[in-house]
Design a protein around this ligand. Structure first.
Ligand SMILES: [Zn+2]
Ligand SMILES: [Zn+2]
Length: 386
């Protein structure tokens, strides 16, 4: 890594590092507050779900700080922190207790975070990696600005409140109050609402920033301008500031495939998700069916029934999030295939492009006009980081 690219990396990581440190302080304070009891006797707080969310969030934020060399390292570090957090709670002066179920729920949250880090990680060949580097650069640049954080947090708050209110009214209609795990359902609905609202708001800001980026032509490694670079006949060049390999086509990438092409990718992911769901239901059915004949199945069922209701909800949610994570990875894999073959077969109309002339690595489909890039087949053609 050159000094320029190191400087850029630190600039992008700094806001996440600040947020991470604040998050860990707040979380440690909350988990160690002497004899803290959330909820009431009749309506206990869904501890396990909170543990899952808290440590899942810990692992995700730690990943964004880029303090760890490899992304998956966030998993073991978060597990170690969860264990430390749980053990220190058992200190007599705090009047709180160590709980294996809490620890298990924290571990489940970390596992989900790692699965989603994997699901959203770098994938595909040079062309798709260039597309991902473009996205990662815009996203990194976006979160350097305070405005993004304020807008994102406001959207998250509004989304959480609206979703929780809607769920509150729906539950009241369907079950009448009191519904035994109303708090758990509201928390889950709130988190989903926050994620959806933040995603929609930031995606709108992202699109504006991405189109502004094309004119500036920054190096994705160090952020330096590459406007005056001379490219060779294949469109290859070097960043004048950090000497990283760049390509003329890296800023020209259309970010999204048209809906018809994207749906082809979504189809396989949807099938994967449905398939995995039925496998899960099938296994559950076998356990139920064999529970009186097979002792292992009987034990499993017995174990499940002994769990607290909020632990059961946490496990259900974890199962759904795992299945969705795998489906997202399958979808992204399919998209990567389409993007990596863009110079062979048009991404939009499937027209054969092998005879289409290229100019400096760039070309245009003769049938539908979709631009394409032929990236040189070197693994480090563009950014190696995700
Ligand atoms: Zn550079
Ligand atoms: Zn075409």
């Amino acid at each position: 890594m050159t000094p320029q690219s190191k400087k850029w990396m630190r600039r992008v990581a700094k806001p996440w590092r600040l947020v991470f440190v604040g998050y860990v302080l707040a979380m440690t304070l909350a988990t160690h507050w002497p004899s803290l009891e959330l909820g009431t006797e009749a309506q206990p707080a869904p501890d396990k779900i909170l543990h899952m969310l808290a440590f899942g969030g810990f692992a995700l934020l730690l990943w964004r700080t880029r303090w760890l060399g490899a992304a998956w390292m966030a998993g073991p570090v978060a597990i170690a922190w969860a264990a430390l957090d749980e053990v220190t709670q058992a200190l007599p002066i705090l009047q709180r207790t160590f709980s294996w179920q809490d620890m298990f729920a924290s571990g489940l949250g970390v596992l989900l975070a790692v699965v989603w880090i994997w699901a959203l990680g770098a994938i595909g060949g040079p062309a798709n990696r260039a597309r991902l580097a473009f996205g990662a650069y815009v996203l990194g640049d976006q979160f350097v600005r305070l405005r993004t954080w304020i807008v994102g947090l406001a959207a998250a708050g509004i989304g959480a409140v609206v979703m929780a209110l809607v769920m509150w009214m729906l539950l009241g209609r369907a079950f009448g109050f009191p519904y035994y795990s109303v708090l758990a359902t509201l928390i889950v609905a709130g988190v989903l609402g926050a994620v959806a609202a933040t995603h929609l708001t930031l995606a709108a800001m992202y699109r504006r920033q991405a189109s502004a980026l094309k004119g500036r032509q920054p190096c994705f490694e160090c952020g330096g301008s590459c406007c005056d670079v001379a490219f060779d006949e294949f469109g290859r060049g070097r960043c004048p500031s950090c000497d990283a390999r760049i390509h003329r086509g890296q800023w020209r990438e259309p970010m999204d495939l048209p809906l018809t092409a994207a749906l082809r990718g979504a189809g396989s992911a949807a099938l994967t998700a449905i398939g995995l769901f039925f496998v899960a239901v099938f296994i559950y059915g076998i356990v139920l069916g064999l529970s009186d004949r097979l002792t292992v199945a009987g034990h499993l069922l017995h174990l499940w029934q002994r769990l607290t209701p909020d632990m059961q909800v946490a496990l259900d949610l974890a199962g759904i999030a795992l299945i969705l994570g795998v489906a997202v990875r399958v979808y992204r894999f399919r998209q990567a295939q389409l993007h990596d073959r863009q110079h062979v077969q048009c991404r939009c109309c499937h027209h054969d492009l092998r005879g289409t002339p290229l100019e400096g690595g760039l070309g245009r489909c003769g049938e539908c006009g979709t631009p394409f890039v032929r990236f040189p087949h070197q693994p480090q053609a563009v950014s190696r980081r995700d």
